[in-house]
Design a protein around this ligand. Structure first.
Ligand SMILES: NC(=O)c1ccc[n+]([C@@H]2O[C@H](COP(=O)([O-])OP(=O)(O)OC[C@H]3O[C@@H](n4cnc5c(N)ncnc54)[C@H](OP(=O)(O)O)[C@@H]3O)[C@@H](O)[C@H]2O)c1
Length: 247
C-alpha cells in the first residue's frame, strides 16, 4: 500500500548557522525571518541593541539558537567583539548575509559633505569588507556569502554619488571574493534588488511610491531559494526588480 505523502519537508538549511547584518529591520529582518523558517541558527546584528533585542524575541524558538549581538560594522573593534561572541557560541558559519547599509540625502557631488561620503563608504563598503574578512576563517566548503548590493551597483542615479560609489565598490569586492573562493567551494552571490519598501527610502526620497515597490519578504524568498540550491550550483547575480521596473 502506498504510504501517505507528508506535506512536511525537511529543510536543507536545518542546523545551518547564518550571520545576517542589518537584521533589525527591512530586508535583513525579512531574510532572518525566512532563514528561521528554514530552521537555521541565527546570529543577528545591527547597531541598535534595543531593536535587535526585539527581533531576537520575535524569532526566539526552541527549534533554533539565536545570538543577537550589536555591532557597528564601521568599527573594526566592534567587529572583533562580535566575532569573539560568535566563536564562543558557534564553531563555524555556513551562511553570511552582508546586508547592513545606509543611503544619504539627495545631494549632487558639489554639495555632498565629506563626513557623509565617508559614513556611507565606511558602512556599505568597508563594513562589508571587515565582516567578510572576520567571517572567512569560520567558513568551509559548501558555505554561502550573500552581499546585498543594489541595482545601484551597476547603474547610476544622480544625487546619490556616495551610495552609488559604495555599491559599485562593493560589487568589485564581491566579484573578486567570488573568484578567490571558487576553488574553496564557497559560493558568493551578488544580490541586486530594485526598489523595496523599507525605511532606507526616508533618507533620500520620502515620497517615493511605496505601492510600486517589492516587499522585503519577496527579496528574502529569492535569497533563500538561491542558498538552498545544491552546493555544486550557484546564482552569481540575483537581480530582482519590481515588475514596473525602475520607479
Ligand atoms: N530598500 C531598497 O530599495 C534597497 C534596494 C537595493 C538594495 N538595498 C540594500 O539593502 C540593504 C538593507 O537596506 P534596507 O532597505 O533594508 O534598509 P533599512 O531598513 O534602513 O535597514 C538597514 C539595516 O542596516 C543596519 N545598519 C545601518 N548602519 C549600520 C552600522 N553602522 N552597523 C551595523 N548595522 C547598520 C540598520 O540597523 P541599525 O540602524 O540598528 O544600525 C538596519 O538593520 C542595504 O545594504 C541597502 O543598500 C535596499
Amino acid at each position: 500500500m502506498p504510504r501517505p505523502t507528508s506535506t512536511r519537508r525537511t529543510s536543507q538549511l536545518l542546523n545551518h548557522i547564518a550571520l545576517v547584518t542589518g537584521a533589525s529591520r527591512g530586508i535583513g529582518l525579512a531574510i532572518a525571518r525566512a532563514l528561521s523558517a528554514e530552521r537555521c541558527n541565527l546570529i543577528l546584528t545591527a547597531s541598535n541593541a534595543t531593536a535587535l533585542r526585539k527581533v531576537s524575541r520575535e524569532l526566539a524558538s526552541a527549534k533554533i539558537k539565536i545570538l543577537a549581538h550589536p555591532c557597528d560594522l564601521r568599527d573594526p573593534h566592534s567587529v572583533d567583539d562580535l566575532f569573539r561572541a560568535i566563536r564562543r557560541e558557534f564553531k563555524r558559519l555556513d551562511i553570511l548575509v552582508n546586508n547592513a547599509g545606509i543611503a544619504h540625502a539627495n545631494l549632487t557631488v558639489d554639495k555632498l559633505p565629506l563626513p557623509l561620503w565617508q559614513d556611507v563608504i565606511d558602512t556599505n563598503l568597508t563594513g562589508t569588507f571587515l565582516i567578510t574578512q572576520a567571517a572567512l576563517p569560520l567558513m568551509k566548503r559548501g558555505s554561502t556569502i550573500v552581499n546585498n548590493l543594489s541595482i545601484a551597483a551597476h547603474r547610476v542615479f544622480t544625487g546619490s554619488a556616495a551610495y552609488i560609489a559604495s555599491k559599485h565598490g562593493a560589487l568589485g569586492l564581491t566579484n573578486t571574493l567570488r573568484e578567490e573562493l571558487r576553488p574553496k567551494g564557497i559560493r558568493v552571490i551578488a544580490l541586486m534588488p530594485g526598489a523595496t519598501d523599507t525605511k532606507i527610502w526616508n533618507t533620500f526620497w520620502p515620497q517615493a511610491p511605496r505601492k510600486k515597490m517589492m516587499s522585503p519578504a519577496t527579496i528574502a524568498a529569492a535569497v533563500v531559494s538561491a542558498i538552498r540550491l545544491p552546493p555544486n550550483a550557484t546564482v552569481e547575480t540575483l537581480e530582482i526588480l519590481p515588475t514596473v521596473g525602475l520607479l
